[in-house]
Design a protein around this ligand. Structure first.
Ligand code: ATP
Ligand code: MN
Length: 461
């Protein structure tokens, strides 16, 4: 017999139907004449209640072995549930235990555990309601992202994880090496001799797939990447990981306006999909984590994002009725406190800030006619701050050459070549996938929205 997933049993199961269910025991309750198990297989938040009657073979011995955390297969008949809430439960006819669990030492007990504690049991925490719901929403977000782009003719491209380009993430790069670090080759200047390393030069883990995505957009017009990126940032914040997933569309024949329009439509569609496909999981976060989660999602789907320039943002911050830790003046990089004030308190919805000072933004962003600002845009959201960073790229070779450092100019000869052979106006952005999931679920710490977080001093699981 085919084993349905529990989510399908709740959706389609009919009383009297015979089914086989496989999963892990979340709780066991023993009454005088019966016992109840709650079984979960990860397919949905709700557990399937299983009734064990004394007629089952070896009932007393069986009960002893059925413990919280055990993996089981239960064959039985679906019956209508007398309890409120669930409409169906399973009356067991045959129980098979795959793997027993010791209820004394099993770290997940029925009570609520702190997220800090759950991080110390990264191998088990996905069996909890909260991390389970996060991972299902994460999955749906991923699916919605692919659907959004695929339905618009974007090609999914795979940009490299190992890169030799160090022009972007100054100080935030992880080195990739196969040198024997206990006995490394040295140059005359007593520095590591990377010319003897695997690639014949120093290599890193990528901080972004953008430059390569631009290459691909120059052939396919519309592309996107969806892959891991790495930043050795030592900032122990609730919004930064050392390894995170980034979604980076890149569009030829697209200016900053088109870029903003796409990014807004993109976020709207993801939230819409999650509202439709994960109502139960979202409701869980709304009740347990942050009671504005659903209103926020609906707000995103139904309302236009605010759009202002950086210069306007600075003016609003200067007028703010509060003191910021980092003083505000034209030319500063917006800090998280500024971003949150704007999105959370002033606009109370996502906000796109564009046209930042050239001095604080990357060399590849297109210089505006004022010669002071570049065609950059960040999307700021309540609670998180920046969730998307993007720009129109500098497509004019002569202007790009004035903005790029001499080293980068040599190293990125191929990037400059794109401006020599059929250059076009083009734009793109990067969405931090975990920031999105964090924002969507209301989870306080980004470490709890990725299965295996990598942060300073922590990579155990
Ligand atoms: P921040 O100022 O918040 O560190 P950033 O300016 O470094 O962000 P970008 O380089 O523009 O970010 O990267 C694009 C997106 O990737 C960001 O908008 C954010 O959503 C995400 N992101 C950046 N750094 C991290 C990180 N360390 N962990 C998780 N997501 C990140
Ligand atoms: Mn950063």
């Amino acid at each position: 017999m085919e084993t349905p997933r529990i989510v399908d049993i709740f959706k389609q199961g009919q009383p009297h139907q015979e089914v086989v269910v496989q999963g892990w025991i979340r709780t066991k309750r023993e009454l005088k004449d019966f016992a109840f198990l709650e079984v979960n297989d990860g397919s949905c938040l709700a557990n399937l209640q299983v009734i064990l009657a004394p007629e089952l073979p070896d009932y007393p011995e069986l009960l002893k072995q059925l413990n919280i955390g055990s993996s089981v297969q239960i064959t039985g008949k679906l019956v209508e549930s007398p309890g409120k809430g669930q409409k169906i439960e399973l009356k067991a006819q045959e129980v098979r235990i795959y793997g027993n669990s010791n209820p004394e030492t099993y770290p997940l007990q029925k009570k609520r555990h702190s997220f800090e504690f759950l991080r110390t049991i990264g191998h088990l925490r996905s069996r909890t309601n909260s991390i389970g719901a996060v991972m299902r929403i994460r999955n749906t977000c991923g699916q919605a992202i692919h659907e959004f782009f695929q339905s618009r003719g974007f090609i999914w491209v795979h940009t490299p994880i190992i890169t030799a380009n160090d022009c972007e993430g100054a100080g935030e790069l992880f080195t990739v090496t196969s040198l024997d670090l206990n006995n490394p080759p040295k140059t005359a200047a007593q520095e590591l001799d990377y010319s003897q390393d695997f690639f014949g030069r120093r290599a890193y883990l990528t901080v972004s797939g953008q430059l390569e995505a631009e290459v691909m957009a120059s052939a396919f017009s519309r592309v996107y990447t969806f892959g891991p990126t790495f930043r050795a940032e030592n900032s122990n914040t609730s919004r930064h990981l050392a390894e995170f997933w980034m979604v980076e569309p890149e569009m030829a024949f697209c200016d900053l306006q088109g870029n903003q329009d796409l990014a807004e439509a993109f976020l709207k569609q993801i939230f819409k999909t999650v509202l439709e496909k994960c109502p139960e999981d979202l409701e869980f976060f709304n009740q347990r984590i942050d009671n504005s989660v659903i209103a926020t999602a609906e707000n995103i789907v139904n309302n236009e994002f605010a759009r202002i320039t950086y210069t306007e943002a600075i003016a609003l911050l200067e007028k703010a009725d509060r003191k910021f830790e980092y003083p505000v003046e034209w030319g500063i990089d917006l800090q998280s406190e500024h971003e949150r004030y704007l999105a959370e308190e002033l606009f109370k919805k996502p906000l796109i800030v564009r046209d930042y000072p050239a001095g604080i933004k990357a060399f590849y962003m297109r210089l505006n006619d004022d010669q002071k600002t570049v065609a950059a845009m960040d999307i700021l959201v309540p609670k998180i701050g920046e969730i998307i960073g993007g720009s129109q790229r500098e497509e004019r070779l002569d202007v790009l050459e004035t903005r790029i450092t001499p080293e980068a100019r040599t190293e990125l000869w191929w990037y400059l070549d794109l401006r020599r052979y059929g250059t076009v106006p083009h734009s793109g952005f990067g969405l931090g996938f975990e920031r999105l999931v964090q924002f969507m679920t209301g989870m306080g710490n980004i470490r709890d929205v990725i299965p295996f977080p990598r942060t300073p001093m922590s990579a155990e699981f």
